[in-house]
Design a protein around this ligand. Structure first.
Ligand SMILES: [Zn+2]
Ligand SMILES: [Zn+2]
Length: 344
């Protein structure tokens, strides 16, 4: 079978690899049909993924945003997992023994294993997964089903923020994750303002029901966002950029007793005014992937919002052109929203 193998920094090729073994007890053989590519894939390929975020070991088959069909089912799996069933893959495994696992937050497990990062992922014709990571889904198109993973991060963010109907939520960054946070927050009944450097991306946010603001300077964005939210500023601000200026703006704009949610990944550092945390008694909450419960919610979000989420898929490439797709996405960050590789 074919597999897209990242052989070293910047080196990726389509290679022949042996078929996986038949699925054992509690395992499912899945044929990926659509694999979303995201920022962490670019960081992995360019050797820039921090050790904390999983680092990199080569060779590796990347791809953690995976939708596909079941090809074979091992003994002892749930009856809803049938051959030909369309599924989305929950990419994260945890140890069950460490502190975060013991308090019900396995998505921050000290020993966490993500497909496509720590073990081989979806950019191949078939892979074996534990049955509990295989979620049946009804979607019009595999590329839409592959949006479950980015949506699951948005669900996690909205759950961490405990967003309530009618609340004003500012989302910094209108890439795929920011757009998904906006969509899930809107579904919860929130008013959403999306901020981005690119008017082109904000047009899509508006079409999906959010108010928008072009990033000019941190100062202007903070004062506009506080006016937009009314009262003492937005009770919830979410950063989906990882850019230091946006993170600082998030902390500065959030209302007293509000929540600031960090979703964007970065190895950069940022300085914040310490008083923002004490005087405002701000809850500064990080988000890392998601748990199984969030993932099941994300499946339902995708089933309800297929048409909107399909609009985030800007480019599709066949598996054989995955290396070109990765290079294209990395060199044209302003033109791509979500790049999806078609499997098989
Ligand atoms: Zn991702
Ligand atoms: Zn653990």
């Amino acid at each position: 079978m074919r597999a897209v193998v990242t052989e070293g920094v910047g080196a990726v090729a389509v290679l022949e690899r042996p078929e996986p073994d038949a699925p054992g007890p509690g395992q499912v053989l899945v044929a990926p049909e659509a694999i979303g590519i995201c920022g962490s894939d670019y960081h992995y390929l360019s050797g820039e993924l921090s050790k904390e975020a999983g680092g990199h070991t080569f060779p590796r088959v990347q791809g953690h945003e995976v939708a596909g069909r079941i090809s074979a089912v091992g003994p002892g799996c749930s009856p809803e997992l049938e051959v030909q069933q369309p599924v989305a893959l929950f990419p994260l495994s945890s140890c069950g023994r460490c502190y975060p696992c013991s308090v019900g937050r396995p998505n921050t497990c000290d020993n966490f294993v993500l497909i496509g990062i720590h073990v081989d992922g979806g950019l191949q014709e078939r892979l074996v997964m534990p049955a509990e990571h295989v979620y049946p889904i009804r979607a019009a198109h595999p590329a839409i089903a592959a949006m479950v993973e980015p949506v699951s991060i948005a669900v996690r963010a909205v759950n961490r923020a405990a967003i309530a109907p009618g609340e004003h939520v500012v989302v910094l960054g209108a890439g795929p994750i920011g757009q998904c946070v906006s969509l899930v927050a809107r579904e919860r009944g929130a008013e959403v303002l999306v901020v981005d450097l690119q008017e082109k991306r904000l047009r899509l946010s508006r079409e999906l029901g959010a108010d928008t603001l072009v990033w000019t300077s941190a100062e202007e964005v903070v004062s506009h966002a506080r006016r937009w939210a009314g009262g003492g500023g937005p009770p919830v601000a979410v950063d989906a950029t990882g850019a230091p200026a946006a993170v600082r703006a998030m902390v500065d704009m959030a209302a007293s007793a509000g929540r600031a949610i960090q979703v964007g990944m970065s190895i950069d550092e940022v300085s914040i005014r310490i008083g923002s945390l004490t005087e405002k008694e701000l809850d500064l909450l990080g988000v890392c992937c998601c748990g199984g419960g969030d993932f099941a919610e994300a499946v339902a979000v995708v089933e309800r919002n297929g048409a909107a989420l399909g609009r985030l898929v800007s480019h599709e490439f066949p598996l054989d052109q995955a290396p070109e797709a990765l290079r294209f996405a990395m060199s044209n960050p302003n033109d791509v929203m979500k790049v999806v590789i078609r499997g098989g």
